[in-house]
Design a binder for this molecule. Structure first.
Ligand code: GDP
Ligand code: MG
Length: 201
């Protein structure tokens, strides 16, 4: 399937009939390229309104942080290839908004996803309740798949609301919990890497 003359392992049209995840319903793919094998994984960004999903992706993929609130319309897919435990993994990072305010996640959004970041805003305890609700809906839709609970905005210590008891509660559920700041870039890479490690283990 993969043509040897395609210089880059991408899904561009220039590679002729090379089919990407779009054509394969985002199922896991093992793409052979000589001795290398790249696994493709779809990851969804989930969480309530304004918790920092888009900012986390921006920081992770583009090392950019914007104070301006960007209302994400529809779905945006960012791509990043990482090497985790010696394995190259091409991540397709799905980020939506639109209906998220109402916590309705379009089924097509989750389809084929093998993991997600469940983002919580540490300055708004209510976003934890939203995350619990979203998590429940995801389990109902796609079953138990790997995820990391990311408690974001850790730089805003003055406005911090999420008490230790909530952190303990999440830990007691066996969740992997990571504090992050999309603004400072702390805990961001760790969150994605932690998720990928769960996904490929
Ligand atoms: N201080 C601070 N602000 C953040 C952080 N992450 C996101 N924000 C801000 O929170 C708002 C919502 O972020 P956004 O990524 O658009 O949230 P989304 O709706 O979950 O995608 C924006 O104004 C961001 O600049 C963070 O780690 N620290
Ligand atoms: Mg967004």
């Amino acid at each position: 399937m993969l043509r040897p003359h395609c210089g880059n392992l991408t899904y561009t049209r220039s590679c002729g009939k090379l089919k990407g995840p779009r054509n394969h319903n985002h199922k896991q793919q093992n793409l052979q390229r000589g001795a290398f094998q790249v696994i493709v994984k779809k990851i969804c960004m989930l969480g309530g309104w304004g918790v920092g999903k888009t900012s986390l992706v921006s920081n992770y993929v583009h090392s950019i942080f914007s104070e301006k609130y960007q209302i994400t319309l529809g779905v945006k897919i960012d791509k990043k290839t990482v090497s985790v435990n010696g394995q190259d993994v091409k991540l397709m990072l799905w980020d939506i908004a639109g209906e998220e305010e109402k916590f309705s996640i379009p089924p097509t959004y989750l389809k084929g996803s093998e993991g997600y970041l469940l983002v919580i805003d540490g300055t708004r305890a209510g976003s934890y309740e939203q995350a619990l609700d979203i998590h429940e809906r995801v389990v109902e839709t796609v079953g138990e798949i790997p995820f990391v609970a990311v408690v974001n905005k850790s730089d805003l210590t003055q406005e911090w609301e999420l008490g230790q008891h909530i952190m303990d509660e999440m830990a007691a559920k066996g969740w992997q919990v990571i504090k992050s700041s999309a603004k400072l870039g702390t805990g961001v890479e760790e969150s994605f890497t932690g998720l990928v490690e769960q996904m490929i283990s």
